[in-house]
Design a protein around this ligand. Structure first.
Ligand code: ATP
Ligand code: MG
Length: 180
């Protein structure tokens, strides 16, 4: 299973429909400052159901919709489609290719689709739940975090690793239990 393509339309700086093809392995996105590299990562988090505006580097969810530029009017909706190659059947659905779409309007309403059929966010979460991707299962290391990790004190670095491995929440619960 791997991410096959990402199409963004009206999402952040991507006013016109833009499709990026992704190959198996490592993908690098290069470009000048402010050209929209981080917005590509935000689009992946968003289509997988991210609900926090902060995680998407905005103040409110509406900030994901193209806000207009000097030469171009704002748009009324944002749409992102992520296509996943499922030839190995890692996702429990009878399709070799699975497209997940999220669409949002200025009134805040979101629509979700799996292969073009309208569905609930819960259906997407269930589909992805054992795959290692999904709202809380993939790991996105934010800009500047890698630097922070490399320069961190050993004990702080350990908490990064524990967070990535998913044990930090258990340690916090253990510490809380011991304090009581
Ligand atoms: P850097 O190299 O500095 O990290 P980057 O390539 O990661 O830059 P992004 O943060 O992805 O850049 O993109 C920032 C750009 O996206 C800014 O120019 C900002 O104005 C634009 N942008 C963000 N949200 C919107 C929006 N809703 N509508 C229009 N443009 C937006
Ligand atoms: Mg960036």
């Amino acid at each position: 299973m791997h991410l096959k393509s990402l199409t963004v339309k009206g999402f952040k700086s991507f006013a016109s429909a833009t499709t990026m093809r992704l190959e198996p392995g490592i993908t690098c996105v290069v470009g000048p400052n402010g050209s929209g590299k981080s917005n590509v990562v935000d689009a992946i988090a968003w289509v997988l159901g991210e609900q926090g505006a902060k995680a998407l580097r905005g103040g409110k969810m509406e900030d994901v919709i193209f806000a207009g530029t000097a030469g171009r009017a704002p748009l009324g909706r944002a749409e992102v489609t992520l296509t996943i190659d499922n030839t190995d059947g890692a996702l429990p659905i009878d399709y070799t290719e699975v497209s997940i779409t999220r669409r949002m309007f200025r009134d805040g309403a979101s629509e979700y689709e799996i292969n073009g059929n309208q569905c609930r966010l819960l259906d997407i979460q269930e589909l992805l739940s054992d795959s290692g991707i999904g709202r809380e299962m993939h790991i996105i290391v934010g800009q500047g975090r890698l630097d922070a990790m490399l320069h961190a004190k050993p004990e702080d670095r350990r908490s990064f690793i524990e967070e990535a491995a998913g044990v930090l929440k258990h340690r916090k619960r253990k510490e809380k239990a011991i304090r009581k």
